[in-house]
Design a protein around this ligand. Structure first.
Ligand code: NAD
Length: 260
């Protein structure tokens, strides 16, 4: 990325009233949270697509919870990285802002982001399949697998599984932000999971300046006004003109997950 390219975006950001950001699993990779598509995302011999479904939970809730218990223990040891902190700083400077994340790890909030829509839910919330009540649950490792509600019903992770609908109100806010923002930043998403993948296109059609940050080219790259390839934790603070915000050191550069 050229210095003048970065400062042009910074000028646009200074003038913008409305900024929106979309993130995917890649923004948490430098914190040590594995993406699903990388080989380090594999758990035992299973693929995420075979565990993160309502059918898998009906068939074997214990197995699905063992996987979530492993992911929760792993995420509990991870800290936000410079990319999470840069996005939180961007929010503090923008009059109107929305962060739309596909991540369920809660690291954006941990970094200080407030105006956040978690399109795919959150690992640290559970929902009773009987009475539908949603509660926070931070127990990692879980004592009882599968965990149960006080009403006796099974608890499930409050996340959106493959084949399930996204929460309507969150989706409405995400589309509204895409349609009305002046700058739309897309970080660490393969841009293949719908409907999140269509948001950058919608933003562009409504006149937003679209900027992508990803390790590699994606289906979005040809649509974006700017595409920056490399690690989000290195590129974003520079792109946004931020002095790296001090914080706990990122435990792992990229690759091996934090130990569960
Ligand atoms: P994804 O489809 O969003 O793909 C990850 C993308 O991040 C890839 O395009 C990759 O090139 C890019 N990337 C990897 N490391 C990066 C880095 N350091 N800097 C910039 N870009 C980087 O995500 P997925 O893993 O295929 O998962 C699909 C869905 O699964 C997500 O939408 C999410 O809901 C869920 N998921 C969430 C988490 C999490 O909460 N951290 C982790 C895995 C999967």
């Amino acid at each position: 990325m050229s210095r003048s390219g970065a400062s042009k975006l910074q000028g646009r950001l200074r003038r913008a009233r409305r900024v929106a950001v979309l993130t995917g699993a890649g923004v948490s990779a430098e914190s040590g949270v594995p993406t699903f598509r990388g080989t380090d995302g594999l758990w035992r011999q299973y693929r995420a697509e075979d565990l993160a479904t309502p059918e898998a939970f009906r068939r074997d809730p214990g197995l699905v919870w063992e996987w979530y218990d492993w992911r929760r223990q792993l995420v509990a040891t991870c800290q936000p990285n410079p990319a999470h902190r840069a996005i939180a700083a961007l929010e503090r400077d923008a009059p109107e802002f929305l962060l739309i994340t596909q991540n369920v790890d809660g690291l954006h909030r941990k970094a200080g982001s407030v105006r956040v829509v978690e399109l795919h839910g959150n690992l640290w919330r559970v929902r009773c399949v009987r009475d539908e009540r949603t509660t926070e649950n931070l127990e990692a490792p879980l004592q009882d697998i599968p965990p149960r509600c006080t009403c006796g019903g099974l608890l499930r992770p409050d996340v959106v599984w493959f084949g399930e609908a996204l929460p309507a109100e969150d989706l409405r806010r995400a589309f509204e932000a895409a349609e009305s923002c002046e700058i739309f930043l897309v970080v660490g998403t393969s841009a293949v999971v719908q409907p999140a993948a269509s948001l950058p296109m919608i933003a562009r059609e409504h006149g937003a300046y679209v900027v992508e940050v990803n390790l590699e080219p994606t289906p979005l790259t040809s649509t974006a006004h700017e595409s920056h390839h490399g690690k989000a934790g290195e590129i974003l603070p520079h792109l946004l003109g931020l002095t790296p915000v001090p914080g706990p050191p990122s435990p792992v550069p990229q690759g091996p997950p934090c130990s569960p």
